[in-house]
Design a protein around this ligand. Structure first.
Ligand code: CA
Length: 434
C-alpha cells in the first residue's frame, strides 16, 4: 500500500487514506482496497528471490506445484506454459505489500484533492461523449452515469492509468512470498487471472494492473472480474481494458449486486438538532429515513429527505466540527467496491458535483491532524489506563476503540463523535497525567 504521494494520478495520493481506513476492515476486503490504492506504481522486477525460511520451496518448484493444481482447475496447458514458464519474482510488489503507512490525509483534504475543477470538467466532457451508452447502462442497472464517471475517475483517471504491473508475475510473487496471512488470497487471485486468459477474455500481455492485481478502467481484481464483469457489447469477451460498454456495465452491475437502490443518491450532507446524541452517528447504526427525521435530522441544504422507507446511517467523517452525512444503501454499495469512508464519500461528492450538486454547507476542519499507528496505540493504552475498554492495543481505531473514545468524550463533557485525531490524543494525555 503506497503512502508515496506522487502526483501520478489521484489514486497514489489516496493510497495512505485507504491503507488506514482499511485497517479495521476484514482480511477479505483488504487486498481489494490495496489493489486500487496504487495503480500508478511502476514495477521493478528483480531476478533474485527474497530470503525466506529454509523450508520454502524454490520459486520454480512452487510454480510446478501451482501448475499441478491449475490443471485440476481445468486451466489449459498452453495458458500455463505461456503464463508461468520463466516467471520471475517482482520485488517491487513485495515492497509495496509490506509497506506500513504512518500518517494519513484527513478526509476533507482528500475530497478536495480529488474533486477539483479540472477533473470535474473532464468528467462532464466524458459524460457528453458517452451519453447514449451511459443512458443504456442506467436503464439496465439503475446506476446513474455520474456515479460510474466518479468511480472511473478515481480508479484510473478515466482510463489514463491502469497501472503497469504484469498481473500474473505480480500475483505469483505475492502468493509465493507475500505476507503469509494473505498468500491464500493472492493464490486465488492468481488462479483467477489464469482463468481470465484461458477463457480468452484478454491475451496474457493485456493483464497489466496495480501491484495487487487490479485491472482495467475500473480496477477489478481477478475474482471480482470473474464473478461480476459483464460482456455488454456482446462480443463474447468481458473486456475491462478496451470496451467501455463492458467497463460501465461491469461496474454498474457490481454496484447493483452490492445493494444499489435506483433513484437515490449516496446520501446528503445533514444538519443535526441541538444536543443530538452523536453516539448514533456511525456506520454501524442503521435507521429508516422517517426515524432520522423524527430525531430532528435534516438535510443541510434545507430540502426534504424523501418520504420513502429506506435505511440510512449518519456518519461524522471528520468529527463533530466538520460536515455530517446521512448516507443511504448506495454509500454502502460504494464501500463494497472499496472499503474506505474517504473513498465512498469522494465518489459520492464527485458524482453529485458533476450535476452541480454536492456543495457542502459545513466546512472541513482546518489543520486537522490524524494519528499515526504508534499514536493510536498510545491512545489505546492511555484510554485503558483511564479505565476505558478500547479493545486490544493494536494501533487501529475500530468500533471498540471508537466506543471507548465516545465514553471518554462524554465524561469530559465533549461532543461524543468518536473521532480520533491529534486534539483527542492531547486531551487523553492530559487526563492520564492528572
Ligand atoms: Ca465484450
Amino acid at each position: 500500500m503506497g503512502k508515496v504521494l506522487r502526483q501520478v494520478g489521484a489514486f497514489a495520493a489516496i493510497a495512505a487514506v485507504f491503507a488506514v481506513a482499511n485497517a479495521a476492515s476484514t482480511l477479505a476486503g483488504t487486498p481489494e482496497v490495496l489493489a486500487r490504492a496504487t495503480a500508478a506504481d511502476r514495477p521493478a522486477p528483480g531476478p533474485n528471490p527474497p530470503k525466506g525460511p529454509a523450508s520454502r520451496p524454490s520459486f520454480a518448484a512452487w510454480i510446478a506445484g501451482l501448475k499441478t493444481e491449475a490443471r485440476t482447475r481445468r486451466i489449459g496447458e498452453a495458458t500455463l506454459t505461456a503464463a508461468l514458464d520463466g516467471l520471475r519474482l517482482n520485488r517491487r510488489a513485495l515492497e509495496l505489500e509490506s509497506r506500513q503507512p504512518e500518517f494519513v490525509t484527513p478526509v476533507g483534504a482528500y475530497v478536495a484533492a480529488l474533486t477539483g475543477k479540472k477533473a470535474l470538467a473532464t468528467g462532464r466532457k466524458k459524460r457528453r461523449q458517452h451519453a447514449a451508452l451511459l443512458a443504456r447502462i442506467e436503464a439496465a442497472y439503475g446506476v446513474p452515469a455520474r456515479y460510474l464517471l466518479a468511480i472511473w475517475r478515481l480508479e484510473s483517471d478515466y482510463g489514463a492509468n491502469f497501472g503497469a504491473f504484469p498481473v500474473i508475475e505480480t500475483l505469483a510473487t505475492l502468493a509465493y512470498a507475500g505476507t503469509p496471512k494473505r498468500r491464500r488470497f493472492w493464490r486465488r487471485q492468481l488462479f483467477g487471472a489464469l482463468q481470465i486468459v484461458d477463457r480468452g477474455h484478454a491475451p496474457l500481455d493485456r493483464l497489466v494492473g496495480s501491484w495487487a492485481g487490479a485491472m482495467g478502467h475500473t480496477q477489478f481484481i481477478p475474482t471480482t472480474f470473474l464473478d461480476h464483469a459483464v460482456d455488454f457489447d456482446g462480443d463474447g469477451r468481458r473486456d475491462l481494458w478496451r470496451s467501455l460498454p463492458d467497463v460501465f456495465a461491469s461496474t454498474a452491475s457490481y454496484l447493483r449486486k452490492s445493494g444499489w437502490q435506483p433513484g437515490l443518491p449516496f446520501g446528503w450532507e445533514a444538519k443535526l438538532p441541538e444536543g443530538f446524541d452523536l453516539g448514533r452517528a456511525h456506520i454501524g447504526e442503521s435507521r429508516p429515513f422517517a426515524e432520522w427525521r423524527a430525531l430532528g435530522v435534516r438535510r443541510a441544504d434545507g430540502r426534504p429527505i424523501p418520504e420513502i422507507d429506506r435505511p440510512a446511517s449518519l456518519i461524522v467523517p471528520a468529527g463533530w466540527s466538520g460536515p455530517v452525512f446521512l448516507v443511504t444503501q448506495n454509500y454502502r454499495a460504494i464501500l463494497r467496491y472499496n472499503n474506505a469512508a474517504a473513498y465512498a464519500l469522494t465518489v459520492g461528492l464527485f458524482a453529485e458535483r458533476l450535476e452541480g450538486q454536492g456543495r457542502l454547507v459545513a466546512r472541513w476542519p482546518a489543520a486537522d491532524r490524524l494519528l499515526s499507528r504508534s499514536e493510536k496505540a498510545e491512545l489505546q493504552r492511555k484510554l485503558m489506563a483511564l479505565g476505558y475498554d478500547p479493545g486490544p492495543v493494536d494501533g487501529k481505531v475500530g468500533p471498540e476503540t471508537r466506543k471507548a473514545i465516545r465514553a471518554f468524550q462524554k465524561s469530559a463533557g465533549k461532543p461524543a463523535d468518536g473521532y480520533a485525531n491529534h486534539a483527542l490524543l492531547e486531551a487523553v494525555r492530559e487526563a492520564a497525567h492528572r
